[in-house]
Design a binder for this molecule. Structure first.
Ligand code: PGA
Length: 250
């Protein structure tokens, strides 16, 4: 059985004062029936991890470098993310692929480094609107999947998030049929590559404009094991509602 996962991606938002959200979430979900992961900006990782240590909430980074150390100004290594108290890291988010020209091969190297550091990776895949309209979605997702996911993948160290770029922060979401088609495709590719044991144990999240009012429909789709939530994870009540909906769907 795959345990469901509600992951919040704060992106470049939040401050020390905003960490109260973690305390409030911990209060509201003392014995959650799903895993809860919050990924704040790197500057908040240690403080977030301190607060989460007393709660059933995991803390994750939003990126890491593939190298363990060296002359990489502004970057942080997987070991540094782990040392700050995080247990997970988001990799290959479309905003990093677009804004920092990250390739799938780089994402795979980062994932290797993250696994070696003991971090669980949330590896993001997604097509653009042009690619979807040209009926290239599965081809794009298949290529990103095979290149971004390393051979050392297991159900414990890897989560995959399907995030259509055109759905992120736009209020648009794919139909449940479109989500199911991509999630079933990812599942079958994982089973082919890693065998049924590992292939069936990797959790698959949907991300892109998940809100309390559309979460139930999304969580009812086959092979959707939770969500990677951006905007709505910044509002404690909204994220808490999404967690409740996910628990009800489990
Ligand atoms: P959104 O972002 O929920 O604000 O659309 C999702 C994400 O980018 O992970």
């Amino acid at each position: 059985m795959r345990r469901k996962l509600a992951a919040g991606n704060w992106k470049m938002n939040g401050s020390g004062a905003g960490l109260d959200v973690i305390d409030a979430l911990a209060q509201a979900h003392r014995d959650p029936g799903v895993d809860i992961l919050i990924c704040p900006p790197a500057t908040l990782l240690s403080r977030a991890a301190d607060r989460a240590a007393r709660a059933q909430v995991m803390i994750g980074g939003q990126d890491c470098h593939a190298e363990p150390s060296g002359a990489h100004t502004g970057d942080i290594s997987a070991d540094m993310v782990r040392d700050a108290g995080a247990t997970a890291v988001i990799l290959g988010h479309s905003e990093r692929r677009e804004n920092h020209a990250e390739t799938s091969a780089e994402v795979r190297e980062k994932a290797r480094a993250a696994h070696a550091a003991g971090l669980m990776t949330v590896i993001c895949l997604g097509e653009s609107l042009d690619q979807r309209q040209a009926a290239n979605t599965l081809e794009i997702i298949g290529a990103q999947l095979s290149l971004s996911v390393p051979d050392c993948t297991t159900g414990e160290n890897t989560v995959i998030a399907y995030e259509p770029i055109w759905a992120i922060g736009t209020g648009l979401t794919p139909t449940t049929g479109q989500i199911g088609e991509v999630h079933d495709f990812i599942r079958s590719r994982l089973e082919t590559r890693f065998g049924a044991g590992v292939g069936r144990s990797v959790r698959l999240l949907y991300g892109g404009s998940v809100k309390p009012d559309n979460a139930a429909g999304i969580f009812a789709v086959s092979n959707v094991d939770g969500a990677l939530v951006g905007g709505a994870s910044l509002k404690c009540d909204d994220f808490s509602s999404i967690i409740n909906v996910l628990e009800a769907a489990s």
